[in-house]
Design a protein. Structure first.
Length: 748
């Protein structure tokens, strides 16, 4: 059976993000110059804004600009192709620009000019950039500007806000050695990709730039313009290609080394295609009869790589995945657990492992994890809770590693000790939230229940609330530590962790479960009473073994209730009958960036999907299994523009009534949840445990499904489903056949 060409499958006309899975990313949230040549809207090097990279202009042989008319664009993860039209006399020619960001942090544009005229064309292409240079302000400046062998290079310094400055190097070149160049400093003017605003508009004479470097005047500060020129002679009915490249690297020699093969390449876009195809081949192949599920699966693998950083410098010693674009372009502890769950399905475990190791490498002295890790400094106040224990256990089920356990055990032990010491002064087995930001779930009534001004304060100990979510995370952590300790031969440690986990389990059942309301609630440590605030986090115990038969009626009563959580697009972060509930992204009447008082957050949905599905499995509950299917389908289909199966997205939050995303935030491809892990475990039914793999697809009503190249503990699995029948192959050999509802167990 012919496989999907993933790049073609993801092709669309309304997207523009480009990245090579490393330091340099071009994903402007609100692009102003998207229809213009080059990369003028902001890029990011790590999480530092770098703008612009460059644009390019076509001149006729007399040196007059030939204006370009934007016609169309087409995007896939490897490239953005834009087509322009230009008037030559009374005739028109077509110009095709293909943009890519390569894995070695080089931004490239391949410009193809098609001469459809009956006579030869003599044209001039000027690739040019501007760089802010204000060393006295210590905000953005450059030095070491050099022009050698057709390449302009320089050192770049960025220092936004109160962050320390970041120094790196840049190089700018053409595939055909520049015939002339110019570097000029200018007083501040509009930084726009308009030829007439550049000094080259006047200085391009006699068919060349002036071959000069002018960097001084009454002051040496301002806007520095960098220009490279190449003349083009195109015969009738022929095309001419030229590549423009801009590289960024930690050192100048790296920037020059990285740009050299790109400008020499006949087709750098092909390098990007190869790199992306290699990525897609490193994960399980999946397709099914539901186009939404198939498209989202591959789109998710795109998003994970887009936000990957393989930097090996500063605070980043391991590969890791950033939470998203713009401000979120950094390892953030709340989302790293998600990246571990999804990237564990890759054939190699390094990226999943690196998501935890990055935080252990930068662990605080008190044992806590930093909430946000910049490349070269720490944001001291930031802290986020996360379910590290479950992520480690799930990773172990696919890629067991004694060495990895040795590397993470002491750090996770310190992390658990931090919570016992700092977050449970009552020694209750329940753990504290100190402010509404550190859960990653700010602006909701669960905090107002213990402090009426909780939404007005920021980091630090503002209040104390024994949180259901936080307590479940530490329960999962201590269970994981018990397993790791046992594997490492630390039996006494293991026994102790088991006792401590049991203490938490009993505390959750005794103190958080409300038998009358049939729901788990946060607890106010000042009174010992349950808050009775219904939040989606109240369902988190259901993805653990804390719950038993007595709790299942409560799950159905509240989660499946349309008047509480089962909205048109479930699940809102707060119940619809909450006094602060709003389907709009408003808190107390004001639109907010990140409100959690009723919006649907993919992060929460991932947890709730696990709560539903795990409860369905543990208690063999057919209603919950059916509702799990409904929930996962609605969850995934919500993340498509206008119900269009060709236009997936992933924003921070959505409207629970109409499914509309938070487009106003400009943050798409936000890796703050897990989706592919749900698809593989419940749609495909592949659920690995330590010594076995269960194949048990949920009843999604698919006509067909195929997943293969699933590597689990060195064994390769393949599952094919047709109607209600599914077959399983292990290491290329047919293993068993069954029907939906009757699981197959494979011992490994």
């Amino acid at each position: 059976m012919k496989k999907i060409n993933v790049l073609n499958f993801l092709t669309r006309t309304d997207k523009w993000y480009l990245g090579g899975g490393n330091k340099l990313l071009w994903a402007p949230s609100f692009p102003v110059y998207l229809d213009y040549p080059g990369f003028w809207d902001e890029a990011h090097y790590y999480n530092y804004e770098l703008k612009p990279l460059f644009t390019w202009t076509i001149l006729d042989d007399a040196g007059n600009e030939i204006p370009l008319k934007f016609l169309s664009r087409q995007w896939n993860p490897s490239a953005l192709t834009q087509i322009y039209e230009a008037n030559i006399g009374k005739s028109k020619i077509k110009i095709i620009e293909t943009k890519s960001i390569l894995p070695n942090d080089v931004a490239s544009c391949v410009v193809e000019i098609k001469n459809t005229l009956k006579h030869s064309l003599r044209l001039h292409l000027i690739a040019w950039s501007t760089q802010e240079h204000y060393p006295s302000k210590e905000s953005a400046w450059i030095d070491g500007i050099s022009y050698t062998n057709g390449v302009i290079s320089f050192n770049k310094y960025l220092r936004p806000s109160v962050m320390p400055h970041l120094q790196f190097a840049c190089a700018f070149a053409l595939s055909k050695k520049a015939q002339s160049y110019s570097v000029n400093v200018s007083e501040q003017t509009a930084v726009q990709p308009h030829w007439k605003l550049s000094p080259f508009f006047e200085s391009f004479q006699n068919k060349k730039l002036p071959d000069e470097k002018k960097l001084s005047g009454t002051t040496n500060e301002g806007i520095i313009y960098l220009g490279l020129h190449q003349s083009l002679s195109i015969k009738p009915n022929k095309s001419e290609n030229i590549t423009i490249a801009f590289s960024a690297a930690s050192m100048l020699n790296e920037a020059l080394q990285h740009i050299a093969p790109i400008v020499k390449s006949k087709n750098p876009v092909e390098l990007s295609r190869i790199s992306w195809n290699d990525h897609f081949q490193s994960v399980p192949y999946f397709e099914c009869s539901d186009e939404f599920l198939t498209r989202y699966y591959w789109y998710r693998w795109y998003g994970l790589r887009l936000n990957t950083i393989y930097g090996n410098e500063g605070n980043y010693k391991r590969p890791c995945v950033c939470e998203g674009i713009q401000y979120f372009r950094a390892p953030i502890s709340y989302s790293a657990q998600c990246h571990m769950l999804e990237n564990r399905w890759m054939q190699e475990p390094e990226l999943a492992q690196g998501s935890l190791l990055t935080f252990l490498d930068n662990q605080r002295e008190d044992g806590g994890f930093r909430g946000y890790i910049d490349a070269n400094h720490y944001r001291q106040e930031m802290f986020y809770h996360a379910n590290w224990g479950n992520a480690v256990v799930q990773l172990h089920a696919i890629h067991p590693s004694f060495e990895y356990f040795e590397n993470v055990y002491d750090g996770l032990k310190k992390y658990a000790s931090y919570f016992d010491r700092e977050r449970d002064e009552e020694v209750s087995g329940l753990y504290d939230i100190d402010n509404h930001f550190e859960t990653g779930q700010e602006f909701m009534s669960r905090y107002m229940a213990v402090n009426a001004k909780a939404d007005q304060k920021h980091w630090g100990e503002v209040f104390r609330l024994k949180g259901v979510d936080v307590t479940i995370y530490i329960y999962e952590l201590k269970r994981a530590l018990a397993m790791i300790a046992e594997k490492l031969g630390k039996q006494e440690d293991s026994d102790l962790w088991k006792l401590e986990a049991d203490k938490i389990k009993n505390a959750v059942r005794d103190k958080m479960w409300d038998a009358q309301e049939e729901m788990f609630f946060d607890v106010d440590p000042a009174t010992g009473k349950r808050t009775k605030i219904k939040a989606a986090t109240c369902f988190y115990p259901y993805f653990t073994d804390i719950v038993d038969d007595s709790h299942i009626a409560g799950l159905k009563k509240h989660l499946l209730n349309p008047k509480e959580f089962w909205t048109s697009y479930p699940v809102p972060s707060s119940s619809t009958d909450d006094e602060f509930f709003s389907a709009l992204p408003e808190w107390k009447g004001k639109r907010m960036n990140c409100p959690w008082n009723g919006r649907v957050w993919p992060m929460t949905n991932s947890h709730v999907a696990e709560a539903l599905a795990q409860s369905a499995i543990r208690f063999n509950d057919q209603l919950l299994k059916k509702k799990s299917v409904e929930f996962i389908e609605k969850f995934i289909k919500m993340m498509f523009f206008d119900g269009d199966s060709t236009r997936p997205n992933c924003f921070e939050h959505y409207n629970p009534l109409n499914g509309k995303p938070s487009v106003y935030r400009g943050i798409d491809d936000y890796q703050h949840s897990w989706v592919n892990d749900l698809i593989i475990k419940y749609v495909c039914g592949i659920r690995p445990e330590e010594f076995s793999v269960t194949i048990d697809p949920f009843p999604f009503g698919l006509k067909h499904l195929r997943i293969e190249n699933v590597l689990i503990r060195g064994r390769k699995f393949k599952v094919e489903l047709k109607g209600k029948t599914f077959k399983v192959w292990v290491d290329g050999k047919h293993h068993a056949e069954s029907v939906i509802g009757k699981a197959i167990a494979v011992q490994i």
